[in-house]
Design a protein. Structure first.
Lengths: 111, 112
């Protein structure tokens, strides 16, 4: 298994509150990604990083920000959570190839 | 956004049967991948395809990169109960990043 740890694994939060999800990797891979998974949509890319402090938007980036201050950590922040952001969030890593390896996911519920 | 059409959406088969699922796109991809997801887990990579026409096997799984680069299929031979799960196709315009576009998934159930 790829050395990817997501935290927390489950979280319930209230609408309007800030939330930060963490992804930690031990593989020293250059690329890191945040995807969200919703029924009927498969997985969709939120943001990705191609190096420390280098990030870019994905398909569904509105309402999300990211930061990568170290190779091993990639943070996803919801500045003001909304019910539409209730989802399962997956972190993934890759190195020089298209093959991305996924973490176990974080189930976020916004009430 | 980009769309991958994956079919069928679900399958219920008898143990020992062969399974086939496919993905089509209106866009040309440089890479096709197939993942499997078990309940409560992240997707696990099964097969990656990098060349049009490429046919690749991984045990009982066989996948092909369509010649038009707009489609791919996955076959599972002699299904077993542990094949149960959701199978996703994913395409990429890149050959060196994991920026993927996913299909909606095929849910496979296997009856012993």
């Amino acid at each position: 298994d790829a050395g990817i740890t997501q935290s927390p694994r489950h979280k319930v939060t209230e609408t309007g509150t800030p939330v930060t999800l963490r992804c930690h990797q031990t593989e020293n891979h250059r690329y890191m990604y945040w995807y969200r998974q919703d029924p009927g949509h498969g997985l969709r890319l939120i943001h990705y990083s191609y190096g420390v402090k280098d990030t870019d938007k994905g398909e569904v980036s509105d309402g999300y920000s990211v930061s990568r201050s170290k190779t091993e950590d990639f943070l996803l922040t919801l500045e003001s959570a909304t019910s539409s952001q209730t989802s399962v969030y997956f972190c993934a890593i890759s190195e020089g190839k298209t093959e991305a390896f996924f973490g176990q996911g974080t189930r976020l519920t916004v009430v | 956004g980009q769309q991958l059409n994956q079919s069928p959406q679900s399958m219920f088969i008898q143990e020992g049967e062969d399974v086939s699922m496919n993905c089509t796109s209106s866009s040309i991809f440089n890479t096709w991948l197939w993942y499997k997801q078990d309940p409560g887990e992240g997707p696990v990579l099964l097969i990656a395809l990098y060349k049009a026409g490429e046919l690749t096997s991984n045990g009982r799984l066989t996948a092909q990169f369509g010649i038009t680069r707009k489609d791919s299929f996955l076959n599972i031979s002699a299904s077993i109960p542990s094949d149960v799960g959701i199978y996703f196709c994913a395409g990429s315009f890149s050959s060196n990043t994991g920026k993927l576009i996913f299909g909606q998934g095929t849910t496979l159930q296997v009856k012993p």
